[in-house]
Design a protein around this ligand. Structure first.
Ligand code: GCV
Length: 711
């Protein structure tokens, strides 16, 4: 409950969710800043709900005797922090039974006699374990609690903020931000609302995220200076994030040696340029000892890069990697490189091919502290795209898969669109067919070879993989994300990065329990049922009423919101649908099209090449087909377009009706905000339905079989 109309919403850390922990007797065992954070969290919860907390003595008494536990219900213990209090010492046995390993971020949860014991491998593990206890609620203290061991599937779980320091005349304070201003910056300076930053760090840690970059990948002149003369502002944010185990990264401009350093060139092979990056990077670490590294968008959409000097992206990335390596940092180098000055008349240039064409030949050329950050699809965060072929093409490179939590193309946080199912589908995808590894395993660096996939030995020098990265969706809005239900996307992203095998439905349940804890709503069952009905399939609903069958990009080019079927059809951005009176879709086959299907390994190279075998939902991404083409689902393409658009709109009507049942059951400000957004979603879905249906009816001349109204 937020009560106060203006208070910042607690999101998935509603105070009530801490009741089961906060009403017990808790012992915290361990030392160090993250353990202090755990202690603070437990202390606050106990103060609120009547429990008691104490910290076991550290360092241990000279004789090294384990400290007596006294009467406790819960022990949170760091495994290596001196002799463990008794119940935790016995939990070590349970850990050994399970093979021993929990790593520095993992933890074991078990019951010893009548005590719930959380045993963590490192301070970060204790923090994640604490939030796991909160997630479990009362179940964590049940005599039936089964022993559980948790450790993250991916070590790197990162968010990129596209926040500008100065308010950009077109993109605003946050590029593609739909939740107000930046929580870090305002009008050219640091915002210094560190309480808000701390609250944010806490939410991120509770979802499992451990790294963020704090400025836009499009680095303007003011933003570039965060690296040098505004480093103090950055350090202040890093200090605020650190107690929650979050490392700070900066987006930097490849041209910085020229624009900031006064050099004549930013050529990556120039000695002075290398020296400049080395010195500058050392200065960053003097201020921020746990600095994570750089994020770079180079030679993309107007950003400077190594092409200016006739150098490759490996040369560019390695330059920064060399400066960061001795200090423990990494470079996140983005693979989002394509020609944005295309001629629509030229059908041989295919934006979908670009990342692979640029980067696959460079496999093996990157230093091991370079992480190549690849968008999940080959174009740009559409509601439906095939998985990018770059993800399988670079066995000797550390890859991170990039997602978009901010809903640039999925309704801009005005539409309900729960993206957990979308991301889960991508993470579980087998790019080499059923016998090979998954996208999640590639991101983890543990992919097993498929029949034609790469083999582990070639990755042996790479350590773990590059993990997951996503563009953040928060701002200074009272509800963090503009739309209160869009919080679930941020939560789900973190949880899937921690465990890509989680069921999105389970994650949604977790989020509901933490955001609307049973004690805080008038009818918990109704709340849960309604949220599942509204959110569970909302990604597919959104897909139904927007661009059909994977064709993508029928959006308004100015803001990427709302329909504009031909908005990009004659533009330079390379995002076309090629609809004419006979058919629609982009021919990306090897036989007759751009050859993009050839970038996939077997079997997908064959599946996508074949109009008969291509999955319906991607048909128009890969093929140009007649409107009368019959889909696997038995419908013609044109009839499918009509049916899905009518159905999608009706589903939004249903969502809106269902939400209204919650009036008086949940917090009024949340209820009202969601209700307003659903009104807008309905208006927008109607616009999508009618523009798409009308467009294709006019192009094809084929009437709707069911005679519904098309304009
Ligand atoms: C930060 C898309 C967005 C841009 C964004 C770019 C990127 O093109 O529309 O706003 O720029 O992706 O990922 O770099």
């Amino acid at each position: 409950m937020i009560g106060d109309e203006k208070a910042v919403h607690p999101a998935w850390l509603a105070p009530e969710a801490f009741r089961p922990l906060g009403s017990r007797r808790v012992l915290v065992h361990g030392d160090g800043p993250l353990v202090d954070t755990v202690l603070t969290e437990v202390t606050l919860a106990c103060a609120r709900f009547g429990g008691r907390v104490r910290r076991s003595a550290y360092p241990p008494p000279p004789e090294g005797d384990p400290e007596p536990t006294g009467a406790v219900d819960v022990v949170l213990a760091l495994r290596w922090a001196g002799p463990l209090p008794e119940p935790a010492a016995r939990a070590v046995a349970a850990l050994h039974e399970r093979g021993g390993g929990i790593g520095d971020e993992g933890f074991l949860l078990t019951r010893v006699d009548e005590v719930t014991v959380l045993l963590a491998g490192g301070p970060a593990g204790l923090l994640y374990g604490l939030f796991h206890l909160v997630r479990l609620g009362a179940a964590a203290y049940s005599p039936d609690l089964a022993t559980q061991r948790h450790r993250p599937g991916l070590r790197r779980r990162m968010l990129n903020h596209w926040d500008n320091v100065s308010c950009h005349p077109v993109m605003g304070q946050v590029e593609r931000g739909y939740a107000g201003g930046s929580i870090f910056w305002r009008h050219g300076a640091a915002r210094r609302d560190l309480a808000r930053v701390r609250a944010y760090a806490r939410l991120l840690a509770a979802a499992g995220i451990n790294a963020i970059s704090v400025n836009n990948v499009n680095v303007g002149p003011v933003e570039a200076r965060l690296l040098t003369d505004h480093l103090g502002d950055v350090a202040e944010i890093a200090d605020t994030l650190r107690p929650y185990g979050i490392r700070l990264h900066l987006s930097v401009s490849f041209a910085a040696p020229v624009t900031l350093g006064g050099l004549a060139t930013a050529d990556p092979l120039d000695e002075k340029v290398r020296a400049w990056w080395a010195t500058t990077t050392r200065q960053v670490y003097e201020r921020i000892p746990d600095f994570g590294g750089y994020v770079v968008k180079a030679d993309s959409e107007g950003q400077p890069g190594p092409f200016t000097y006739g150098r490759s992206h490996a040369d560019g990335a390695n330059l920064l990697a060399e400066a960061l390596a001795p200090l423990g940092g990494v470079v996140h180098w983005r693979a989002f490189v394509y020609n944005h000055h295309q001629d629509w008349r030229d059908r041989s240039t295919d934006r979908a091919r670009a990342a692979y064409d640029h980067f696959a030949p460079l496999d093996g050329d990157f230093r091991t502290n370079v992480i190549l950050q690849v968008k999940y699809g080959p174009i740009d965060f559409q509601a439906r795209e095939p998985v990018s072929p770059v993800i399988t093409a670079m066995p000797a490179t550390r890859l991170a898969v990039e997602f978009q939590v901010t809903q640039e193309y999925t309704g801009q946080q005005r539409h309900v669109c729960y993206l957990g199912p979308h991301w889960s589908e991508i993470l579980r995808f087998h790019p080499w067919g059923p016998d090979g590894g998954t996208v999640a395993e590639i991101a983890a660096g543990t992919a097993t070879p498929g029949p034609t996939g790469y083999t582990d030995p070639s990755r042996s020098g790479l350590g773990h993989g590059g993990g997951m990265v996503a563009v953040a969706n928060v701002g200074d809005d009272q509800f963090w994300c503009g739309h209160p239900l869009a919080q679930a996307n941020l939560y789900a992203y973190g949880r899937l990065a921690w465990d890509p095998g989680l069921e999105p439905r389970t994650v949604l349940d977790e989020w509901i329990d933490l955001t609307f804890p049973p004690g805080s709503t008038a009818d918990p069952d109704l709340v849960r049922e309604t949220l599942h009905e509204i959110m569970g399939d909302s990604w597919h609903t959104y897909e139904r009423y927007t661009a059909p069958l994977g064709v993508g990009f029928m959006v308004d080019p100015d803001g990427h919101y709302g329909p504009n079927v031909d908005g990009y059809e004659y533009s330079r951005w390379g995002t076309y649908h090629h609809a004419d009176r006979d058919g629609v879709g982009v021919d990306r086959t090897r036989a007759t099209g751009t050859g993009y299907t050839g970038q996939y390994p077997y079997p997908w190279s064959e599946v996508y090449e074949s109009v008969e075998r291509c999955p319906d939902e991607l048909l128009l991404f890969f093929h140009h087909v007649p409107y009368a083409h019959v889909l696997h689902n038995g419908s013609t393409v044109i009839q499918h377009i009509y049916d899905t658009h009518f159905a999608g709109f009706e589903q939004v009507e249903t969502m809106r009706r269902r939400w209204r049942r919650l009036r008086g059951t949940i917090d009024a400000p949340v209820f009202t905000r969601v209700a307003e957004r659903l009104d807008e979603q309905l208006r927008s879905a109607r616009e999508w339905r009618d523009q798409i249906n009308t467009y294709f009816y006019r192009k094809s001349g084929v009437p709707d079989e069911r005679g519904r109204r098309i304009y």
